[in-house]
Design a protein around this ligand. Structure first.
Ligand code: AMP
Ligand code: GLY
Length: 426
């Protein structure tokens, strides 16, 4: 089969690396891709946010059998609907199901209606009522712009002043654009053992009938060591989550995952693809912090290397609604991804620096913001690449990843030094 993956980042490179292992996959394509995807796939220079352009490309390339729509934005505009409309098979939810990520207000109301555990909240579309509510509730409190905001539209406010300023920023100054027309104001959850609370990314494959959890992972969203600084797209991940247990998995399946799939079906929004549950362990059990309608980035970089089952088999089983028929298996051990970023990220940074790669042992470089310019590998984004290492334990894998990172260089490169340490129990 010939398969096209939509997206430009590390997640897409990781998906392509996993698909490449399938004996049934002949040729891979990536729209638009990066310097890493170009090595294993043909990069296609078409704007994937332009439904018409993607449709025309698909119509003129009948040799491509299957499409994987990986990022949130093309899912939110209905790229899967467009491709399925011309008879293409896809992995990824349709627009009406992807809304579980593209509208936080929708996600919250779904959870309320179907009693899925999450933080208490109210939704506002006018500033004065929102401000009155914030003043009534006091701090700490969490403000969320309703729409997609590159993972940056969430403000966890420790003081009332921060909350008042944040509300102004979202609703009046429109710092996150139209995403801030509606705001979700939430109770601030507290972790069972840590503050800020302990979070886990629990991803699952679902075809709308069956849901199969993947191995768990933990992200590091803040820019700097010790979880300080601005939120980013993710500075590193590790798998498995240290506090995950069989009991937690049972609780999450029964109280969160299965009810979510059923709720979406009941609403006529059957979800097929990767459903990502951002969860927090609280003193009142596991609660949903967010849903994503797609694979996480950089979670995918530590999950897919541990997958023993052929990813193409899983993608097809999801598309054909026969996920119950396949057995999904994972390797023992751990995996760590350290993201190497441009100096300045997540604020402004320069691109175009030459990247040199020395000895990285048996680690894998998963490219994100990279390009080839005048025959040289150069930086082309904020998160440039991830160093991915496997090991028997998270500690073994993280030491390997950091040894490799020392042998990769470009001007102003920076990375967090504490990936894989948090939530150690005992
Ligand atoms: P989100 O984009 O919804 O995942 O939010 C980004 C981050 O903000 C999460 O990963 C949490 O660390 C934090 N956060 C979001 N909602 C809450 C909440 N209700 N209580 C505490 N922290 C939260
Ligand atoms: N790593 C967080 C996300 O993909 O949303």
């Amino acid at each position: 089969m010939n398969v096209l993956v939509i997206g430009n980042g590390g997640r897409e490179h990781a998906i392509l690396l996993a698909l490449r292992k399938s004996p049934r996959v002949e040729k891979l394509y990536c729209m638009k891709g990066n310097a890493g995807t170009a090595v294993i796939a043909e990069n296609v220079d078409v704007d994937f946010m332009d439904r018409e352009a993607v449709k025309n490309f698909a119509l003129s390339h009948p040799e491509i059998d299957f499409y994987v729509v990986a990022p949130d934005d093309p899912l939110a505009i209905g790229l899967v609907d467009e491709l399925e409309g011309i008879g293409k098979r896809c992995f990824g939810p349709r627009k009406n199901a992807a809304v579980i990520e593209s509208s936080k207000a929708y996600a919250k109301s779904l959870m309320k209606k179907y009693s899925i555990p999450t933080a208490d909240y109210e939704i506002f579309d006018d500033y004065d009522s929102a401000l009155a509510y914030v003043r009534k509730k006091g701090a700490p409190i969490v403000l969320k712009a309703d729409g997609l905001a590159l993972g940056k539209g969430v403000l966890v406010c420790k003081t009332l002043k921060e909350a008042e300023d944040g509300l102004k920023e979202i609703m009046l100054d429109k710092s996150f654009g139209a995403a801030g027309n509606v705001v979700v104001i939430e109770e601030c959850l507290r972790g069972l053992r840590y503050d800020p609370g302990e979070e886990v990314s629990a991803l699952a494959f679902t075809d709308g009938k069956t849901i199969v959890p993947m191995i768990t992972s933990c992200d590091h969203k803040r820019a700097y060591d010790g979880d300080v600084g601005l939120n980013t797209g993710g500075m590193g991940t590790f798998s498995p989550c240290p506090f995950w247990t069989a009991e937690l998995q049972k609780e999450v399946l029964e109280k969160i995952m299965i009810p979510t799939v059923k709720a979406l079906n009941a609403e006529g929004r059957t979800f097929k693809g990767c459903l990502y549950f951002g969860l927090m362990r609280t003193d009142k059990g596991m609660k949903v912090v967010e849903y994503n309608s797609r694979f996480g980035d950089p979670e995918t970089q530590v999950i897919l290397p541990m997958l023993k089952t052929d990813l193409m088999d899983i993608f097809e089983a999801v598309a054909d609604e026969r996920l119950a028929d396949i057995n999904i298996e994972w390797e023992e051990g751990a995996c760590v991804c350290v993201v190497l970023a441009s100096g300045g990220y997540p604020l402004s940074y320069k691109k175009g620096y030459e990247i040199t790669v020395g000895d990285i042992g048996d680690c894998t470089l998963v490219h994100a913001g990279t390009a080839i310019k005048d025959g040289k590998l150069v930086t082309n984004g904020g998160r440039v690449m991830g160093v991915v290492a496997k090991g028997e334990t998270v500690e073994a894998a993280r030491l390997k990843a950091y040894r490799a990172a020392e042998n990769i260089h470009w001007e102003n490169m920076r990375y967090r030094k504490d990936i894989g340490i948090k939530y150690r129990e005992g």
